[in-house]
Ligand binder design. Structure first.
Ligand code: ZN
Ligand code: ZN
Length: 434
């Protein structure tokens, strides 16, 4: 047998092991030295593309560890591994490929990117993950001094937590605050993290053809939120003041302000703050800002809060609709969401008293109690059946396929004219809170 035929046999076996989902067989064959990990089958698909097609994260990891090129392949319709992963609906797999350098702008033979294909089949979480992906190196850049700087803009220790915050899909202010709270490195460096986010916001708007207004606004939003947390830190020099006994943890102070509602059950502070955030976005000529301002100006746009407008802008339509505080009052439209942080990843548990209001965990329930206790009435039906289960720690639900079907807006439309900018500016003025 000629050496080239032997190689072909190895490749054939490799594809057979993949087809059979044979993990041990795959492990063994990956130990062989002479295997071309980026070989292609009769359809021009690499082993990595095969496993992405099946949404098999573990196999994908094994192939990447063995050096598989995430952008390789000769598929007849120019699908990439990321296209297949996006179609499979496996969010973590998409994240893994992006972290390995998958080109999210690559298009298939009908000119669709991976995120557009994911939107097409309703894999909305994949759309969000792909459109919001930021390589860690983007943050790491700021941990080194550049030009005439004597020290970097961001301490190295804060880079990973900031990256994690940026990649977080749930942008609810409470969820952002809880992420910040879990990282002392970030909490201690908020002003510097804000500076970095502001620079990243600017950079995204100056990419010419590749300008990403969604990402730019997301950076602006996160900078705005963490700056608001910073403002909740106790001011030095006020030591003489009487302790009113309230919590001094800045994150807890912030969360209480965000969740506080007025007599109509509207989170008024939150609404005011988020409108201010939209108003403060420095790039007023963009289509995204115009959409947000227009949604807020029109009462019946389907967006009843600044939070839902922002979530819609950043994460696309469906998730925007999901993040709806006070959903328990309007017939359970936001079913499945945590009342405090808007989380939808994990299965939420109902309040044991009213059996109605949902929380992603005890922490959120505790934060929200000062608001919820005003409306929490014991459930009338005493059937003992549904016992309160412990809130699961891991989000196994993330593996589940999203059942949402409408594609998000992702990239926004048409070029803008002078008058559009003027209209946006005047509408922005109308947004001022009385
Ligand atoms: Zn929650
Ligand atoms: Zn309750």
């Amino acid at each position: 047998m000629a050496p080239s035929d032997e190689v072909k046999d190895v490749e054939k076996t490799l594809f057979e092991k993949l087809s059979a989902n044979d993990a041990d067989g795959l492990k063994n064959i990956l130990l062989l030295n002479d295997i071309n990990i980026d070989c292609v089958d009769e359809n021009g698909m690499t082993p990595l593309q095969h496993v992405c097609y099946k949404g098999n994260k573990e196999f994908a990891q094994m192939l990447l560890d063995r050096g598989a090129d995430v952008n390789a392949g000769k598929h007849e319709s120019s699908y990439t591994a990321l296209h297949f992963a996006a179609l499979s609906g496996n969010v973590e797999l998409c994240q893994m490929l992006l972290a390995a350098g998958a080109k999210s702008h690559a298009t298939n033979s009908v000119g669709r990117t991976a995120s557009q294909m994911a939107a097409f089949v309703g894999n909305h979480s994949c759309v969000v993950v792909i459109n919001n992906f930021v390589p860690k190196s983007t943050i790491d850049y700021y941990t080194q001094p550049h030009d005439l700087e004597t020290e970097p803009k961001l301490p190295t220790i804060a880079a990973s937590p900031l990256h994690k915050l940026i990649m977080q899909v749930n942008i609810h202010p409470v969820r952002v605050a809880l992420t910040v709270q879990k990282s002392p490195a970030l909490l201690d460096n908020i002003p510097r993290a804000c500076k970095v986010l502001d620079l990243m916001c600017e950079k995204e708007m100056k990419r010419g053809q590749e300008t990403n207004e969604v990402l730019s606004f997301k950076f602006h939003y996160l900078s705005f939120i963490i700056a608001a947390i910073e403002k909740c830190k106790p001011k030095p020099g006020k030591k003489g003041e009487k302790d009113d006994g309230s919590s001094k943890d800045p994150v807890e102070v912030f969360i209480k302000r965000i969740l506080q509602t007025d007599s109509n059950g509207v989170p008024d502070y939150q609404e005011k703050m988020l409108r201010e955030c939209i108003r403060g976005f420095p790039y007023r000529e963009g289509a995204l800002l115009r959409q947000m301002v227009a949604s807020l100006a029109h009462e019946n746009s389907g967006c009843d809060s600044a939070l839902s407008v922002i979530a819609m802008a950043i994460n696309g339509h469906q998730m925007g609709r999901q993040v709806r505080p006070g959903a328990d009052k309007d017939g359970g439209k936001g079913e499945g969401l945590c009342e405090a942080c808007g989380d939808w990843d994990k299965p939420c548990k109902a309040c044991s008293r009213c059996k109605k209001t949902l929380y992603c965990g005890k922490e959120c329930q505790r934060f929200h109690w000062f608001v919820h206790k005003k409306t929490c009435t014991p459930a009338p039906d005493p059937t003992p059946a549904k016992k309160e289960a412990e809130v699961p720690k891991t989000a196994e639900a993330t593996e589940q396929q999203e059942t949402l079907s409408e594609p998000g807006p992702a990239k926004t439309e048409k070029p803008k004219s002078e008058s559009d900018v003027e209209a946006t500016t005047s509408q922005l003025k109308d947004l001022e809170c009385k």
